[in-house]
Design a protein around this ligand. Structure first.
Ligand code: GDP
Ligand code: NAG
Ligand code: NAG
Ligand code: NAG
Ligand code: NAG
Ligand code: NAG
Ligand code: MG
Length: 355
């Protein structure tokens, strides 16, 4: 039989254990709440490339986690070697908002087959199809089955429709419209800045952008190998210009570029390109970046990220429809010298757009 003393002792012990448990529970739930959220990313592959890891550590990009990724690796249970090279497309899924919704996926499938035939990378680079909306299951699988590459369908609805901070799309009207009121601007914003902030992109070193309304002409060598071997940072398509009378406010991009140079005391790495930007009255130059290859270590540099933020905060992308092409040209003029840029025409590589 227990005496009163030992009973009190036991009660004391039980309440002590209870309090300890509560404390543990508190910290546990706090930890899970504040820790990284576990979301549905089926492509959580670890890249063993140390350079990429170093870049990741240094990179202050926001690492936005994409909620919906549909990966071929997972879907067809295939194993592929991890790669640092990626080919990126952006398309809009058909939506019920339009009476005649265009479905881009059948044509994209043809372009993917063509890519496999024409690009000499032995089908090793991953393929990411950034998309808004909801592709049908059949569209996804028909593209996955058309290529030996790893294919990732990455939904970007959570970022694609964002605007620059403080911009009011309800009150304002655009100076330029294609598709919906702001769609073209969103596309420019995506390729200039947002794509580099996506978490899925962080595991790669080189990104080649292709559009679904363009084609490589003839056989191409492995451009990923070429850019790496020559230690270049960019492979450029041909030069074009935007005119201020077509795009009112285009030349204002010079003002914010100058302000940035002054504020951060930057010495532009490419004086010829800088002169090209500033020495014309109404024309702003660009490389027609519906095809481009970028060393992503470039846009992971802190000054480059600062410049992208500077442009973003100026709201010029939405106010004046500054395209990602002239903005990329200015980024290159600021941070990349002439030997670090390769040119498709000098490499003898053809590309058509639109076609
Ligand atoms: N998801 C989505 N993709 C878009 C949108 N607008 C353009 N794109 C994609 O962005 C790329 C460039 O667009 P495009 O209209 O060809 O631009 P342009 O060649 O500069 O006239 C294409 O591959 C399109 O599929 C859009 O509103 N939504
Ligand atoms: C996926 O493939 C691996 C190895 O090829 C195999 O062990 C595993 O059982 C497969 N999983 C499914 C769900 O088929
Ligand atoms: C191309 O890839 C295939 C399959 O992975 C491989 O067997 C072949 O050796 C590769 N060819 C070259 C030239 O690398
Ligand atoms: C942009 O710069 C030009 C030339 O320096 C100047 O005349 C103009 O007032 C500036 N515009 C704005 C909006 O700052
Ligand atoms: C502007 O600068 C570029 C590059 O230095 C040069 O090729 C071009 O001739 C210059 N144009 C004018 C109008 O000065
Ligand atoms: C460009 O920069 C690279 C790396 O810093 C350097 O090796 C090269 O000589 C530079 N080229 C020019 C034209 O300044
Ligand atoms: Mg196009």
């Amino acid at each position: 039989m227990l005496n009163k003393e030992s009973l009190r002792h036991q009660k004391c012990l039980i309440s002590l254990v209870f309090i300890l448990l509560m404390i543990l529970l508190f910290f546990y739930s706090f930890g899970t709440l504040c820790g990284p959220s576990i979301s549905y990313n089926v492509n959580r592959q670890l890249t063993t490339i140390t350079t990429t890891l170093i870049n990741l550590k240094l990179s202050p990009v926001s690492n936005i986690q994409e909620p919906y990724i549909f990966s071929k690796k997972q879907y067809l249970n295939e194993t592929r070697q991890p790669t640092v090279n990626v080919i990126a497309f952006l398309v809009a899924s058909p939506t019920g908002d339009m009476r005649l919704a265009y479905n881009p996926y059948p044509r994209l499938r043809e372009r993917v087959i063509q890519l496999d035939e024409r690009l000499g990378d032995n089908k090793t680079a991953d393929l990411i199809i950034f998309h808004t909306g909801y592709p049908f299951h059949g569209d996804v699988t028909s593209i996955m089955k058309a290529t030996a590459r790893n294919v990732l369908f990455v939904n970007v609805d959570h970022i694609f429709y964002r605007f620059s901070p403080g911009f009011d799309p309800h009150i304002r009207d655009p100076t330029w419209t294609q598709r919906g009121k702001w769609n073209y601007h969103h596309m420019c914003y995506f390729w200039f800045k947002q794509v580099f902030e996506l978490k899925i992109i962080q595991q790669y070193r080189y990104m080649m952008r292709l559009d679904d309304d363009s084609q490589m002409l003839g056989k191409w060598p492995n451009v990923f190998e070429i850019i790496a071997k020559r230690q270049a940072l960019y492979i450029a398509n041909r030069r074009e210009v935007d005119f201020d009378y077509v795009l009112p406010g285009m030349t204002l991009v010079r003002n914010i570029t100058l302000a940035f140079i002054r504020k951060y005391n930057i010495r532009p790495r490419n004086p010829d390109m800088m002169a090209d930007i500033f020495n014309r009255t109404l024309e702003t130059p660009n490389y027609w970046n519906n095809v481009e290859v970028i060393d992503l270590s470039l846009i992971r540099q802190i000054e480059v990220i600062d410049f992208m933020r500077w442009v973003d905060e100026s709201r010029g992308i939405f106010l004046y429809r500054w395209g990602d092409a002239p903005l990329r040209y200015i980024t290159l003029a600021l941070f990349v010298n002439a030997t670090q840029i390769l040119h498709l025409n000098k490499l003898g590589l053809g590309y058509c757009h639109p076609c």
